[in-house]
Design a protein around this ligand. Sequence first.
Ligand code: ZN
Length: 144
Amino acid sequence: MDKHIELCPVCKNQGESVSKITVEHLVSAEHQNQVIGESYQICTNEDCDVVYYNHANDVKFMKDEIKVPIWFKKNADPKYACYCSKVTEKQVIEAVINHGAKTVKEVNAITGAMKNSDCKKNNPMGVCCHKIIQEAIDKGLAIK
Ligand SMILES: [Zn+2]
């Protein structure tokens, strides 16, 4: 199968590949038995309710079948910046506005973000939350 044509089954956007470890960890208990196959994609379209999908095995998992809100999907609540330590984007922005934090390191010291990093399992894309925290800092600095 050509990886480049693994489009979201609903919105047809190009997804990004995600490790099976991440999918297994985040799909809710009642849907665990549907986590079959090895190759998973995540739909990055904020308007689409599909999260993970696997064309080879014809499975897909929707937003309400995942244990955590997906930060880049519409109406994510709460919107986590760091999934490992459950720190929200709002907390990061407050650290910037109320405590003058400017760097990821300063934000982490104030909020406790990235303390128990296990991003491969906790972050829906299986990536380190460093980049998401930086984006939240940028938002905070823009408000300030
Ligand atoms: Zn989609």
